[in-house]
Each structure stands twice: as C-alpha cells, then as structure tokens.
Design a protein around this ligand. Structure first.
Ligand code: RNT
Ligand code: ZN
Length: 419
C-alpha cells in the first residue's frame, strides 16, 4: 500500500472522533520551530580567537565531519531542513558572527557581521533568532558575567547584550518576522554562597540597563532563560527560575523554559498552562536531560508528547515560541537535527490528532477511567500513517528514508572534511 492509501485508511480512525486531519495539517504547517545552529558544530562558533566551550555546559563525542566554517554549517542546515517538514527559523548565537578574519570582540558586534546569515535566510525563506554569547570568553572565565562584582566586566557584557538585541532587531526588519533574542548566562557558584542576594541584585540592574536600550519590540522580542545548576555552578545559579519569572512578569519579557533546567522530576509541560495565565507569550528550549542537563537529542517520549499537548490543547500554538536546545557530538549532527526537529513536529501533530475537547470533558465530569483508557488507546492509533503522509505532502521523505539522504551526504560531504 502506498503512503496515501495507508493515510486514507488511518484518517478514518481519527474522523470517527470528529477530528479533521486536514485541519491539523493546516495548523501544523504554520508552526515555526526555532532550530539551533549550535548542534552543527558543538557550540564552536567562528570567532577568530575561538575559545574552549565554557559556561558549565558540555558537548561529548567526536563524530567526524563537524562544520568548521559558516558555509559548511549552512550547507549542513540546508540538508537537515530538506528532511524536516515545514517552514522554520534558525537560532544563532553571537559566536556565529562572520568578521572576515578580523578580531571583533563581543561588545563590538554589529548587524553587518550577520549579513551572510540574513542573505541565506532570505534565500531559504527562514526566520532567524538570536542569543548573546556570555561564555567561552576570557571575560567569562570566573563563571560570572552580568552579575560579576567587577563593573568593567559587567559593562562589557551589558554592551554585548545590547548589541545582540540590535542584531535581533535587524533580523526582524530584514526577514519580516520578529526575532527572539534570548539571554542565558552561566553565572553561579560551585559551592554554598555566603550571599545569594547581592549577585541577583546586580543581575537585575544589568538586565535593566540592557532592556533600557531602545530596540523595536515589533522586530525583536526579548527572552530570559533560567537554570538550576551547571558544571561549576552546582550550589547556586544567580538567574534561577524564580528570579527570571519575577523579572519577566514585571518587565514584560518572555520567560524561556529549557526542559533541562529543572529538578529531575519537575517538567516544563506542567509549567506552560500556569505561566500562560500571567503572560501572553512564552518561549521554550526543548531538550532532553538524561540524569542531568545533558542536552540529549529529543525523542518522542512522554514529556515531549506532553509539551505538544499542553501547547495544542491550550490553544497556544501562537503564544509559545518553540525552540530546540540539544547538542550531541557522538552521532551524525545532521541526523541529530533531523531526528530532534521531526520529533518536535510529531509531538504537535500527535496532540492535534487527539479528541482534546472530549478528553477535557471527561475530566470535568470526573470520568477518569475513560480519560486514561482513551489516552492509552490513542497511543496505538495509526499515527505513523498520518505523519508519513504529512511528510510526503510537505515534500520531505517519509519514514526512515531521510536517513539514506543523510548517509549519502555524509559520504559525499562530511567525510571529506578534516574535522
Ligand atoms: C545552557 C542553556 C543555553 C545554551 C545555549 C547554547 O544550559 O540551555 O540555552 O544551551 O545558549
Ligand atoms: Zn537552553
């Protein structure tokens, strides 16, 4: 049976429940996923004086063929994008600037350093998002940046963040859709602090300065990302969840929730509905923590499905800006992007194909037996046949056929690199 024939049979199963598969496709097509460029080169970037990765995050593995130039990274992204259904955004970090071999420090970055990215985004009908990079730099060597006791260091990073917001604004203007500029900093202490408040006061003041700079909010949207701990900041992180939640709500900024940044049994899916009662918008870094904030490639596990469900059944597809944040250097990096992004999209499609109103009603009437029974039965509905047809309709390979293309690309392109 062809993909289409399988689809026609599968579709009927969902229609039984009054679910329109075509409507689900229409909705899904319009959901951009912000694909992080840094999976392609292990968060290396292109700085002239490239530093070792710091900030308490880590990438393990040495799978051959990683991108070491902007051209290579863009080519790898193009390959992945050709295997991912839909129109998406690419999420850049400041270290991916192109400075033509010149040393340009982070506080001197300008939109011109991202012209090639913008040109490329235009050619491929992509949006761009941005992040200042407050790690892998001599001025971040103490594990403190915006909360550093030394004003000079703080000022350097404040300047960098302002420049970053301007770059986001430039992306928004050039590409006709706002960029999300997300601030994440590594600041924290390895051991028990004697003063938790002072660094937080300093971070608050630094953020106030950063956001006081004039940037068009219709072109650039600001987000702040919290964290629980990092390598070397196990005992205390200045920008904790409560800190940023408070800051974002009070200052009209977006809270960015990274699914690896909470206690092991605490889940982002359970936060979405609560946060959306107090904030119009929310941003996500969808990641997969394995025992710690390990940033594994996301799989279609319970939590990913639950995130999809919370976005879909709360009518929040245009309120939650979905970004990805994983980096695995032990497998083919183009495959990592493809697997993770396809899974994110699958989780949304899965959620769009559930009888959510009916399930809500069951809960309202206390019918927990039917609620559980249906959740479980839907897990083995012919979802795969619907997904395959969606891929085919969107002009990307169905099922595991994409893997052959990645293997071919590895043979022809990645294996010829020295990295
Ligand atoms: C680190 C944060 C942050 C980074 C990227 C590279 O724990 O999740 O988002 O992963 O900025
Ligand atoms: Zn993150």
């Amino acid at each position: 049976m062809s993909v289409k024939e399988n689809f026609e049979v599968a579709k009927k199963q969902y229609e039984k429940w009054g679910i329109s598969v075509e409507e689900a496709f229409e909705k899904l097509k319009n959901v951009p996923i912000s694909i992080h460029c840094w999976q392609g080169d292990d968060i290396g970037g292109f700085e002239v004086d490239q530093q070792e990765l710091s900030g308490g995050i880590d990438v393990t593995g040495d799978y051959p063929g990683k991108a070491t130039t902007p051209e290579e990274l863009r080519s790898d992204l193009e390959k992945a994008l050709s295997l991912i259904p839909g129109k998406h955004k690419i999420n850049l970090h400041a270290i991916y600037a192109e400075t033509d071999g010149k040393l340009v420090d982070r506080n001197e970055l300008e939109p011109t350093h991202f012209e090639n990215w913008v040109q490329w985004a235009k050619e491929h009908d992509l949006g761009l998002d941005f992040n200042p990079t407050l790690f892998s730099h001599p001025k971040a060597a103490d594990g403190l940046t915006l909360a550093h006791p030394d004003k000079e260091i703080r000022d350097f990073w404040i300047e960098h963040c302002i420049k970053s917001r301007k770059i986001g604004e430039y992306f928004g203007k050039e590409l006709g859709q706002p960029a999300l500029t997300n601030i994440w900093i590594p600041d924290g202490y390895k051991d028990i602090p004697s003063d938790r408040l002072t660094p937080r006061k300093r971070l608050k003041e630094s953020l106030d300065e950063i956001f006081a700079a004039d940037v068009d909010e219709s072109l650039n949207i600001d987000a702040v990302e919290s964290k629980l701990f990092g390598i070397g900041s196990e005992a205390y992180v200045v920008g904790s969840h409560e800190f940023y939640m408070g800051y974002a709500l009070k200052n009209n900024k977006l809270c960015l929730l990274d699914s690896g940044h909470y206690h092991p049994t605490e889940v982002v899916s359970n936060k979405i509905s609560a946060m959306l009662l107090f904030s119009d918008r929310l941003a996500l870094h969808v990641s997969r923590p394995v025992r710690w904030d390990s940033d594994h490639v996301i799989i279609l596990d319970d939590e990913l499905r639950e995130i999809g469900l919370e976005i879909v059944r709360n009518d929040a597809l245009d309120k939650v800006m979905i970004g990805l944040d994983f980096f695995d250097a032990s497998i083919n990096r183009v495959a990592a992007w493809t697997i993770g992004t396809r899974n994110m999209i699958k989780s949304l499609l899965y959620a769009l194909l559930l009888p959510n109103d009916h399930l809500k009603q069951l809960q309202e009437t206390g019918n927990f037996t039917d609620r559980l029974a249906l959740f479980e039965e839907f897990k083995t509905y012919p979802f795969g046949a619907i997904w395959d047809y969606y891929c085919e309709q969107m002009g990307v390979p169905a099922q595991e056929k994409w893997l052959e293309e990645v293997k071919d690309y590895e043979k022809k392109v990645l294996s010829k690199r020295n990295s």
